[in-house]
Design a protein around this ligand. Structure first.
Ligand code: UDP
Length: 380
């Protein structure tokens, strides 16, 4: 297939990301599979990105993640500078068949504002959007700009203007799902894991309290704001509390962290992350927000770890209650469900991941969406 896609991953982190990085991980997972299907990929990112692509466009020498801590107008300045580079590139060449944009509302608005000279654009929504309808009010790009969600529930909650431009949803995937059904089982540990950013929406406070009440060992893995290691957070002192996730951690999670039954291990990566997740009795998601995509959920399945979660956001789409996990609308019930999760079959989880969440499947679905977006844009 001869299709050239400009993939806009934004200016915040290199691709693949050095550690934590949701959007950049999705791009790093998707692009190799697209190229295997014959798609040419021009990556708009930062200089330090190492993902093999056909061509790169970058404005910034390296990831500008640190700028996200600055005032909002400076954050927008970084976004606009990056998008300026993308727009200049689009004006200077005519070989781009489609823009696949991942850069939140600013990217979408820019694509829309480029008007009929721009190639058609598909914007992937990565967040829970119901809270920010104002960001997506103006989609003057009309038929040339389309959006897709990462779950049906995310789209159902999105503002009407976005739903009017939607071409459907594509679930997130994980390289861990490749041949997951053929991997030998691992020895189960005793611990339960919550894998994710420490944040009120992810509910680590609830999980930690239930671990103490019910009495199961709980490992909290993930960054607290910009701090990846407990010693970095400790060294940052009181200034760190300006970050809302740091305040949440100190006020609501840390009181339950005793270093014994409940531990915070900071961000885990690579084999360490996979081993910790694969050997867990259950992956707990005590969600208080409507999880839009849930990469950590599909990773848990791929590693044969049943998921225990509040039935929020995309969870009911990803998890079959009673087979690959246990879901509840009553958060106080989560502790009992963790104990019951040992009855679920890890092989069922791995089978489910191999059948539904591989990168190749995600890429095939995106190629289908690219065709649809181009057809809609070509309509008289
Ligand atoms: N993650 C990780 N190490 C950690 C915590 C999280 O590698 O200590 C990864 C996790 O495996 C997943 C991603 O970060 O790939 C989080 O994506 P998800 O969609 O679950 O949550 P988000 O943070 O995007 O809301």
């Amino acid at each position: 297939m001869s299709l050239t896609v400009l993939m806009n991953a934004g200016p915040w982190l290199s691709v693949p990301p050095p550690g934590y990085g949701g959007i950049e991980n999705v791009v790093a997972t998707l692009v190799p599979e697209l190229r295997r299907l014959g798609v040419r990929v021009v990556l708009a990112s930062v200089e330090t990105s190492t993902l093999p692509v056909d061509e790169k466009i970058s404005v910034f020498p390296d990831g500008q993640f640190h700028a996200l801590q600055r005032p909002y107008n400076q954050v927008c300045g970084v976004s606009q500078a990056h998008l300026g580079g993308v727009v200049r590139a689009l004006h200077a060449r005519d070989d781009i068949d489609l823009v696949h944009d991942h850069v939140e509302a600013v990217g979408l608005a820019t694509m829309a504002a480029m008007g009929p000279d721009a190639p058609p654009a598909l914007h992937t929504l990565h967040w829970d959007l119901a809270k920010h309808p104002e960001l997506y009010g103006n989609l003057d790009g009309g038929d040339r700009v389309r959006v897709n969600g990462v779950s049906a529930s995310q789209l159902a909650r999105a503002p009407q203007a976005l739903r009017d431009h939607s071409v459907g949803h594509v679930h997130l995937s994980t390289p861990l799902a490749v041949d997951a059904d053929r991997r030998p089982p691992v020895d189960q540990g005793d611990h339960v894991i919550i894998l994710g950013r420490i944040n009120p929406g992810k509910g680590q406070d609830l999980g930690a309290r239930l671990a103490r009440q019910v009495g199961f060992p709980l490992v909290l893995a993930g960054p607290v704001g910009p701090y990846h290691r407990p010693e970095d957070l400790a060294a940052a002192g009181d200034e760190a509390r300006q970050n809302p996730d740091v305040r949440f951690f100190y006020d609501h999670v840390a009181p339950h962290v005793d270093g014994d039954l409940v531990r915070w291990v900071g961000t885990v990566a690579g084999q360490e992350r996979d081993d910790l997740l694969a050997s867990a009795r259950a992956a707990l998601f005590p969600l208080r927000w409507e999880e839009p995509g849930g990469t950590a959920v599909v990773e848990s399945l791929a590693l044969g770890t049943p998921v225990v979660s509040t039935a929020r956001g995309c969870l009911p789409e990803l998890i079959e209650h009673g087979r690959t996990g246990l879901l509840t609308t009553d958060e106080e019930e989560l502790g009992d469900l963790v104990l019951a999760a040992g009855l679920l079959d890890p092989a069922e989880c791995r089978r489910e991941a191999a059948a539904r969440f591989t990168p190749a499947m995600m890429a095939e679905q995106y190629v289908g969406l690219y065709e649809r977006v181009r057809q809609l844009a070509a309509r008289p």
